[in-house]
Design a protein around this ligand. Structure first.
Ligand SMILES: [Zn+2]
Length: 491
């Protein structure tokens, strides 16, 4: 069948309507109303209306193939046509029991987890929780109609006429969502949490920096605190990184005894969204101006890469400050072809340093059933020289460790499982909580943390001990594991 754009009727129509919810549409929007070729009458039920003009939305073009089939084109990253992976759009004006096939025809990648059972996520007005489509409804294949490009087709049956359906590559996590989350944290007035604006993006969006540590006066001032620096969403389409990052933050600001001990001994600095413009625009890999910021660490420009420039400046400044002991830098990403959580680290001449670098991922592997040490690898690829992990690995001294933390867009295998378990928003966050609590194991192993009693808990704040039998807040004892289970922290 010849597929030509001209044959279909695709109209841009100004409407003022909005859908509510987290990804609320922004102002007046251009919707794509797709009716059969040659049809010029009023839109009927079942003439689908597509829209991606909202935050983190992405859909470039829709071709009408038949009443039941549509070709969808991803809008490439702004100023960089090489990247076409992330999609996120709504469909409305559906007929009840209308069955359709959507073909996403212009992916820029060939290797994909779609081959291994990954499927797009969907929600609708009356079912606002994201779900993965059943894998049996998804096909990934080389298509002769599209220059032998890889095409992902999925079948879907609409079931409620008044619903607006939303489809996405993976669970969206928008800039606004982060802003709401951070505002809700701020409203709690936690004495150990500080939020500041580290800079602005090209489009004047906020680059947030959180500092989490206990500034309690009971603590001896001479006690050295280690510093852990975490960044996420340098690659805007890698939304799972935001769920992990939120999991880390949620744990570190919680009343969990492990979190309280960590705040006594460690300063956590977190930049939850390194590329806010890219996230807002619905890009997959790049910033507004088309730069892959994770290839520009060596020489970021204050006007072309302002957010990266600000973060790098802060880290370089801290690395030169004798009062700061920057021990960890972790940059969180999502991976489009691998399963599980895993890490990339650096290669060093010094074998002992290599071994020391493997300690954190090994401990994380014990705490997180979805984290794989065997997938973790250490490299010095030339193409990765401009990444945060590689650049800072060269800059910081040999007592510091720099990693990329990757998590699958799709699923994980646990020791006992026979089939991959698809990640949910919750299990991504759980990995974040497990990352956070692994720092306790690490610092106990390294004798930074000897006792298990947070300094300020030795005084009067016994209320934190409720539900924790021995009142000591031991990170790894039985009662603690029970407590973690009830909070969903454990395995
Ligand atoms: Zn990435």
């Amino acid at each position: 069948m010849e597929r030509k754009m001209e044959e279909s009727t695709v109209r841009d129509v100004e409407t003022g309507s909005e859908t509510g919810g987290e990804d609320a549409l922004v102002g007046n929007v251009n919707k794509l109303m797709v009716s059969p070729p040659g049809y010029s009458g009023a839109l009927r039920k079942g003439h689908l209306v597509f829209d991606a003009c909202f935050e983190s939305g992405n859909l470039g073009r829709v071709d009408y193939i038949s009443e039941f089939e549509f070709d969808l084109f991803i809008r490439p990253d702004t100023c960089n046509p090489r990247f076409r992976v992330w999609f996120n759009f709504t469909v409305e004006n559906v007929r009840e029991t209308q069955r359709v096939i959507f073909n996403v025809v212009n992916f820029s990648k060939t290797k994909s987890l779609y081959r291994d059972g990954m499927s797009p996520v969907v929600k609708s007005t009356s079912r606002p929780k994201w779900q993965r489509l059943p894998a049996k409804n998804v096909y990934y294949y080389r298509c002769p109609d599209h220059r032998r490009n890889y095409v992902m087709s999925f079948a879907f049956c609409f079931d409620r006429e008044d619903d607006i359906y939303q489809f996405a590559y993976c669970y969206p996590y928008t800039y606004s969502r982060l802003q709401h989350y951070l505002a809700s944290l701020e409203r709690r007035n936690l004495p150990y949490l500080q939020r500041e604006q580290l800079g602005l993006s090209v489009q004047q969006r906020q680059l947030d920096l959180l500092t989490i540590t206990n500034c309690d006066q009971h603590q001896s001032p001479e006690r050295e605190k280690k510093l852990v620096f975490l960044t996420a969403r340098v690659h805007p389409g890698e939304s799972p990184a935001s769920f992990i990052c939120q999991g880390v933050i949620d744990f570190l600001v919680s009343q969990h005894p492990v979190a309280q001990i960590l705040r006594d001994h460690v300063i956590f600095k977190i930049v939850p969204m390194l590329n806010p413009d890219g996230v807002y625009l619905g890009n997959y890999r790049c910033s507004l101006m088309g730069f892959d910021l994770n290839r520009h660490w060596q020489d970021p420009s204050p006007w072309a890469h302002p957010t990266l420039h600000a973060v790098k400046q802060l880290i370089v400044q801290m690395s030169q400050d004798p009062r700061v002991s920057l021990e960890f830098y972790i940059d969180v990403h999502a991976h489009s072809t691998m399963l599980n959580g895993f890490m990339y680290g650096n290669v060093f001449e010094d074998e002992e340093r290599v071994q020391r670098q493997a300690v954190f991922p090994r401990l994380l592997c014990q705490n997180a059933p979805d984290f794989s040490f065997s997938n973790t690898s250490f490299n010095r690829d030339v193409v990765k020289a401009g990444t945060g992990r590689r650049f800072l690995g060269g800059l910081l001294d040999d007592t510091s460790y720099c990693y990329t933390l990757e998590v699958s867009f799709y699923s994980y295998m646990t020791a006992g499982s026979t089939a991959p378990v698809p990640y949910t928003e919750e299990t991504y966050m759980k990995l974040g909580r497990n990352v956070a609590r692994t720092f306790l194991d690490y610092y106990k192993l390294n004798n930074l943390i000897k006792d298990n009693i947070p300094a300020h808990l030795q005084c009067s704040e016994m209320k934190f001990h409720t539900g924790n039998g021995n009142g000591k807040g031991n990170g790894r004892d039985t009662s603690d594991r029970e407590r973690e289970k009830s909070q969903g922290v454990g395995h």
